[in-house]
Design a binder for this molecule. Structure first.
Ligand SMILES: [Mn+2]
Length: 409
């Protein structure tokens, strides 16, 4: 009896394995953006929540835009967080594999600064430019600065959509809703690149964790953990290392990027020089977390917290706190110069943080605000802080959290 039982169990397991293998093969086949190599077979629906025909339409759209056979030089301009960096790594490797020259820039959207001098871009003279993980507002700002030098553009992004201004050439936009029903904040740019171009699974996993999309992509992360024998703690550690470098040491972002392009396996990063920075970062983070619970300013009527953090800590700290307080609006802010930068979080999807950020900065000079439903950011002049707080609180009182917000746009 025992033997038979064992055998039948094994058989079930094997057949599952076969299906996974078969699907993997299909994924590989379809992720090539090349007219000749794309195979539009009927049985290739493999991604949860992805619409097969829209996925193929999207591949064709990208294929038409890139025209890989003629393409020689392409610029990639990406956000400077974990999602942006890992998305850029995968896209760069894709172009490397096609022997197409690419130059990667990271854009710090708070300081409006590039990770490389702008002259490099002008000298590189790209035929086309691909933007990653940057919303239309930032793309407009960048295009306003570099103008015709960008050439025709492709935007691969998962922020709430708006309009691109200042584009001298056409801009092709690909968002999660171009081919899926997955809530956009849960479909990080790095996973979009992975699904559309193919990529480096463990590097992709870092961006997925960094953008808080681990629930959506739980089975993907499980496969990655298993493949590289990583505990979930180690997997998170990878994200912590990248997060720490991108947020604390922006001057190291280019070298980290190159490191991730070359790294063969996760343990390369776990044994790298970057780990020291992570340990320092974590020690400080622990203190800030304690201070938040002691000193955070709380408005119970709006279920709203404000807390001032050290510079460059607000992103990570807000993620940590809002994991512990998912049904509260947590605003962590810092003041690196004359402006205040806020990270706004509420993880239960009952408040639209992107809209809240927008309303918070309404009418404030020199301000910016927007983002996703569970996570957003805002920046404004420090002298407007009280007004910002008032507007945030009023928005929450006028739009009390009731139901989970569902959106595909
Ligand atoms: Mn992102």
């Amino acid at each position: 009896m025992v033997l038979i039982k064992k055998k039948s169990k094994k058989r079930v397991f094997n057949s599952k394995k076969k299906i996974v293998k078969k699907n993997k093969k299909v994924i590989k086949k379809n992720k090539l953006i090349d007219k000749k190599t794309i195979s539009y077979s009927k049985d290739n629906l493999f991604l949860d929540g992805v619409d097969k025909s829209l996925y193929i339409t999207t591949l064709r759209k990208i294929d038409d835009f890139l025209n890989l056979k003629a393409l020689k030089r392409v610029a990639i301009i990406s956000d400077n967080d974990q999602d942006g960096v890992t998305a850029a790594v995968q896209l760069k490797l894709f172009f490397d594999s096609r022997k197409i020259d690419s130059l990667v820039f990271f854009y710090d959207h708070y300081n409006k600064a590039f990770s490389l001098p702008k002259d490099f871009l002008f000298d590189f003279n790209p035929e086309k430019t691909i933007f990653l993980d940057l919303n239309e507002g930032f793309v407009s700002t960048i295009l306003g600065e570099i103008g015709t030098k960008a050439g025709p553009c492709l935007l691969i992004d998962h922020h709430q959509s708006s309009i691109i201004t200042d584009a001298p050439f056409r801009v092709v936009v690909v968002k999660p809703h171009s081919f899926s029903k997955i809530e956009p904040s849960r479909y990080p740019a790095t996973k979009m690149v992975y699904d559309l171009f193919g990529g480096k699974d463990w590097v992709c996993a870092i961006g997925v964790i960094g953008d808080f999309a681990f629930e959506q992509w739980g089975s993907f992360l499980k496969i990655v953990s298993k493949k590289y024998s990583l505990s979930s703690k180690k997997l998170n550690e990878l994200d912590d290392i990248v997060c720490c470098v991108t947020s604390q040491y922006p001057e190291k972002i280019n070298s980290l990027f190159e490191f991730l392009c070359k790294a063969k396996k996760p343990s390369d990063l776990l044994k790298s020089e970057y780990v020291v920075f992570k340990n320092l970062f974590e020690a400080r983070l622990k203190i800030l977390k304690e201070l938040f619970y002691k000193e955070g300013e709380y408005y119970s009527d709006a279920e709203l917290y404000f807390f001032k953090a050290d510079n460059r800590f607000s992103g990570k700290l807000s993620n940590l706190i809002s994991q512990q307080l998912p049904n509260q609006v947590v605003v962590i802010y810092e003041q690196p110069g004359e402006k205040i930068k806020c990270s706004i979080r509420r993880q239960d999807f009952k408040v639209n943080c992107g809209e809240l950020a927008n309303e918070g900065v309404r009418g404030l000079q020199n301000s910016n605000g927007g983002g996703h439903i569970p996570a957003a950011g805002a920046s404004f002049l420090a002298s407007d802080f009280e007004q910002f707080k008032k507007q945030v609180r009023l928005y929450l009182l006028n739009n009390p959290p009731r139901e989970v917000i569902v959106t595909t746009k």
